[in-house]
Design a protein around this ligand. Structure first.
Ligand code: AMP
Length: 307
């Protein structure tokens, strides 16, 4: 069975959307990536850090999804990473209200020995130096390294981010962040500039407007499923990344053609994530629902014009 190594935050989030507000709930990039990737046939592990204020039941949940959590350090007396966000009415844009790094500030990641040969490495959102350190610890060259990041790290650790971006095959990033990173408004030009920074494949996530996959002059588009109700987009980008990297790890095929399926799987899983607050929908999600919705995705994009 193939191995997927995941790094990213395991966090407390406080979220406000037009539909309601939460107190501190479990979140974090690695949490969403792990839950999403758990729908594939693979071995996965998370490298992250929490404080001892983080409830054991949330770690148990990850274990119950067959995720190896031996790489999640628990810092005695430490406080878990905390993020708070406020969504605007269109739910496609948000303001970060608070980012407290807490135990993440001094985190030295340790990759579990049996994942130093993972075929796929998913560098989820967190400090780029932590992402680099995980790559440094790999004992065999991964078949595919995927990186996700956000504006926060562009603002406060750009040189380190550019260093790690050089080392990855695929970057997943949202549209505004692609513009910020490249200095280009056109997403086509932005994707071309980002490819010059290192990654051969660039995935630009556009929230409810789907996702674009760029590679040289090729481009593929996956829609987001039009949903009657979207409650909370938090974690959709990470869930997408987990679906993409999980599918690629399971299928052992890193061609552009197969990556198209990967972004469909990513979009499919993300469409569930947004239906409830936080991780709630992903926790209750069943494999048969994922398969049913894939059929909807196919129907949404299939047409038979003869050319
Ligand atoms: P997404 O909605 O996919 O962009 O991801 C939201 C998740 O990212 C939340 O659960 C947060 O805990 C986490 N997050 C927010 N800001 C950061 C950051 N600067 N670094 C790492 N993770 C973050």
């Amino acid at each position: 069975m193939n191995k997927l190594l995941i790094v990213g935050t395991v966090a407390f989030d406080a979220i406000e959307t037009p539909f309601g507000k939460t107190d501190k709930i479990v979140g974090g990039a690695a949490t969403y990536i792990g839950l999403s990737a758990s729908f594939f046939d693979l071995q996965s592990a998370i490298v992250s850090v929490v404080g001892d204020d983080f409830p054991q039941e949330h770690l148990d949940l990850l274990t119950s999804r067959n995720i190896d959590i031996s790489g999640i350090e628990i810092v005695k007396g430490g406080k878990t990473f905390f993020w708070s966000g406020l969504y605007h009415n269109d739910l496609n844009s948000r303001d970060t209200l608070v980012t407290e790094l807490n135990v993440l500030a001094d985190f030295q990641p340790k990759v579990p020995q049996n994942f130093k040969d993972a075929e796929v490495v998913m560098l989820g959102n967190l400090h780029p130096l932590v992402q680099s350190s995980v790559l440094d610890q790999m004992e065999t060259t991964p078949k595919l390294v995927v990186l996700d990041t956000m504006n926060f790290w562009m603002d406060c650790a750009l040189p380190e981010l550019l260093d790690v971006i050089k080392r990855v095959d695929v970057i997943t990033i949202n549209d505004e962040e692609a513009r910020q990173l490249s200095g280009e408004y056109s997403l086509v030009k932005a994707a071309a500039k980002i490819q010059e920074l290192g990654p051969k494949y660039v995935v630009i996530k556009k929230g409810e407007h789907g996702a674009l996959l760029f590679h040289k002059s090729e481009v593929f588009f996956a829609p987001a499923l039009p949903l009657e109700e979207v409650f909370d987009p938090t974690g959709a980008g990470d869930t997408f990344a987990g679906g993409f990297s999980g599918y690629i790890a399971q299928s052992e095929n890193i061609s552009f053609e197969n990556m198209k399926n990967g972004i469909i799987y990513g979009s499919n899983l993300a469409s569930f994530c947004v239906e409830k607050f936080g991780t709630e929908r992903m926790v209750g999600l069943e494999a048969k629902e994922v398969n049913q919705r894939l059929k909807q995705f196919k129907a949404l994009t299939q047409f038979d014009i003869e050319l």
